[in-house]
Design a binder for this molecule. Structure first.
Ligand SMILES: O=C(O)CCC(=O)C(=O)O
Length: 321
């Protein structure tokens, strides 16, 4: 197995992360075709590593996903999906009803059985913005659905979400499925931490920048490392308490975490999609015949491919609405 190093990151960064990107010239060429302030968003991405679009996500679509989630929680034994609790991933069918209500539970890739989720992954502003970042259509790689706050310690995504063929072509969207209260354990992120001069690269052992089965270091050591980098760069965290209808998009190297839940009775329903570009989408994650609308949901120029390994035909209720 070849070691993936900092150079693999550097050699795959999108244009906007390269030295001195000419954002004004880019906007001059492409801005007129976009119905949001492309310059403001590109500058935010370059400088802070995230953008927020307010009130662009359909409440009907969100409600449909919330219904799908409730259905899945009741009928989890009928589905092939995986779920994660405190780092342990196993088939959702093997969870007890009680476990599925705990904080930190994540449903993995619900978009493979929920049309509402697939469509939420392809929200217009997200697909269009990421196409400008990647210079290639946005492709959903996987998703995570949270019922309560994750309380996950500070981390970046790329050591874990790394099957794309160009490592740095990575971003994520975070969609609240309800208004998020400060006591519910909101997402927290560190503006500007995506710049490699701030984060540098955590070495998992022998120069590898990815978590591998034989890594010499553990995820909690990445958290200690990143917390120290934030302290050195004097970056203060921002707490994200969005309203239903908003969406955040973050850079694959932005440090973020799930903050402490202060009121255990509160839910923090949220839906995260990790994206790469069509150019970097792994061939093994789509059917051989999948292209241009076959074997994929295609909306707003973005793609959400069917996984070839999923054998089940059960779908969640949004498919039949
Ligand atoms: O929503 C959260 O609390 C954390 C989400 C996250 O870390 C991720 O999806 O990578």
């Amino acid at each position: 197995m070849q070691t993936v190093t900092a150079n693999d990151w550097r050699n795959s960064v999108p244009w906007i992360d390269q030295a001195n990107p000419d954002i004004d010239a880019y906007v001059e060429r492409h801005g007129a075709r976009v119905d949001f302030d492309l310059r403001e968003k590109l500058v935010s991405w370059r400088e802070k590593g995230y953008v927020v679009f307010e009130q662009v996500v359909s409440h009907d679509l969100i409600d449909a996903l919330v219904e799908d989630i409730e259905y899945l929680r009741k009928h989890h034994r009928d589905f092939e999906l995986f779920a994660e609790l405190r780092g342990a991933i196993k088939p959702i069918a093997e969870f007890s009803d009680e476990e599925l209500g705990l904080d930190g539970v994540k449903f993995n890739s619900i978009q493979s059985v929920s049309l509402a989720a697939a469509r939420l992954s392809l929200v217009k502003e997200v697909s269009i913005f990421l196409n400008h970042i990647f210079q290639s259509p946005a492709c959903a790689l996987q998703s995570l659905t949270f019922y309560k706050g994750s309380q996950q310690s500070i981390h970046v995504d790329y050591p874990y979400v790394r099957c794309q063929t160009r490592l740095a072509q990575l971003a994520a969207s975070w969609i609240p499925l309800e208004d998020i209260l400060p006591e519910a354990g909101p997402l927290v992120y560190y503006p500007g931490s995506h710049k490699t001069e701030v984060s540098d690269f955590f070495d998992w052992g022998n120069g590898s920048i990815l978590l591998e089965p034989n890594s010499l270091r553990q995820p909690h050591e990445l958290s200690v490392y990143l917390a120290e980098r934030m302290r050195m760069a004097e970056i203060e965290p921002e707490v994200f308490c969005p309203r239903k209808g908003d969406v955040l998009i973050w850079h694959g190297n932005l440090s973020h975490e799930g903050s402490k839940i202060l009121n255990e009775d509160l839910t923090r329903k949220s839906y995260v999609t990790h994206f790469t570009s069509l150019d970097a989408y792994p061939a093994g994650h789509k059917h051989d015949s999948a292209r241009h609308g076959k074997g994929a949901i295609v909306e707003n120029g973005g793609y959400c491919f069917d996984y070839p390994w999923l054998k089940q035909t059960n779908k969640l209720p949004s498919w039949s609405r």
